[in-house]
Design a binder for this molecule. Sequence first.
Ligand SMILES: [Zn+2]
Length: 174
Amino acid sequence: MAAIFAFTCSCCDQVHEGSPSFGFAEPAPYTRLTQEEQSRMAELSDDLCVIHHPEGTQYFVRAILEVPIHGVEEPFLWGVWVSASASSFQRYLDSYDQPQQDKVFFGWLSNHIGLYPTTQSRPADVWIQDDGTRPRVRLHRSDDGVDTDALVIDQHEGISIARAQELAERALHG
Ligand SMILES: [Zn+2]
């Protein structure tokens, strides 16, 4: 197994080294707020986001969605946000101080990844990590066992080095 993913980019001719990693600084529902709403209703840090709506509060957690690359140790990484219920959010905060018995909570993927367009919401299991790293997202497979969402398929089945390179080039250079 190659420890390091590296390729010569067909867009810029540079060698890009290390497993590709692309992240979002905020969940999409935060991005959709006006600046005035962001400062009045919302709190955002590197890892947490809370939006206070009159009808209720939304909680989001920054997490990592891993897509395995065949033959390479390190996966392709997407830094994404997931929603959390109030109690899951609290349990995640508590995990900063002590390991939680119940390490998994349900969340909705809360970013739109341009390389993986979809019109559907993406449900996921979110796994809290004991080592203090960001939680890992495991997308749900479809109930009928026939996945059509390329992101779900890529995460569960892994991608070839060639596909990883193609995705990385498109993510890097549009
Ligand atoms: Zn490049």
